[in-house]
Design a protein around this ligand. Structure first.
Ligand code: SAM
Length: 213
């Protein structure tokens, strides 16, 4: 489980430093150099156990992927999936999304994914939601002009909150689906949470937004 201590985690992350970036704050403006190919860079925030980023990396060899996950005992799961998928277009970091601006230079990222982010339902925890305006400011900074943020969730409250937050911020909401799986998109890569919630018959929400120019 995610709270069990994994003393081998540090070593496992270090042993795979071709995937896990050891000093994430030293590559600002030069992320392209860490990849074999010079191609668009997509960022997933909160990779969990890595089903999405490993699936996307396999499906899209023409893109580079960066995954960040703040819980060490969870990111080891992402790493395991990347190794199993045998892909070379992914880099991972054990960092918090609150520091994005110190990690990436303006315009360095082409697209951002938020998948099943923690909902933080209590209003006193609003600031922790990954769609709170302080996070949106960071996304806007690191994203290319006209870059997109794509969000999926099963949580109606978080989804509604996020749409309102995007709108208030001045974002353009390009796509909204209130039942993603009804679209039967064969290219949709499911996350672990997505698999779990859709098995229970819950609808999955998705939106795609663009920041104002
Ligand atoms: N995206 C996965 C999925 O859909 O299966 C995991 C969803 S889980 C509910 C949310 C994940 O985001 C957790 O692993 C959590 O540690 C991570 N997370 C939450 N806030 C974060 C932050 N500020 N920076 C980095 N990771 C974060």
């Amino acid at each position: 489980s995610r709270i069990r201590n994994k003393p081998w985690a540090d070593q496992y992350l270090k042993d795979n430093d071709h995937i896990v970036v050891q000093e994430p704050f030293t590559h600002k403006g030069t992320w392209k150099e860490l990849f074999n190919e010079d191609q668009p860079v997509h960022l997933e925030i909160g990779t969990g156990r890595g089903a999405f980023i490993s699936g996307m990396a396999k499906q899209h060899p023409e893109m580079n992927f960066i995954g960040i996950e703040r819980v060490k005992n969870v990111i080891v799961g992402t790493l395991k999936k990347i190794i199993e998928a045998d892909v070379s277009n992914v880099r991972l970091m054990n960092v918090d999304a609150k520091d994005l601006r110190d990690i990436f230079a303006p315009n360095e990222i082409d697209q951002i994914y938020l998948n099943f982010s923690d909902p933080w339902p209590k209003s006193r925890h609003e600031k922790r939601r990954l769609t709170y305006h302080t996070f949106l400011e960071q996304y806007e900074d690191v994203l290319k002009t006209n870059g997109n943020l794509v969000m999926k969730t099963d949580n109606q409250q978080l989804f509604e909150y996020s749409l309102a937050s995007f709108s208030k911020y001045g974002c353009i909401i390009e796509e909204v689906s209130l039942d993603l799986h009804a679209l039967e998109d064969p290219l949709n890569v499911k996350t672990e949470y997505e698999e779990k919630f859709s098995e229970k018959g819950q609808p999955i929400y998705r939106c795609k937004v663009r920041f104002p120019e």
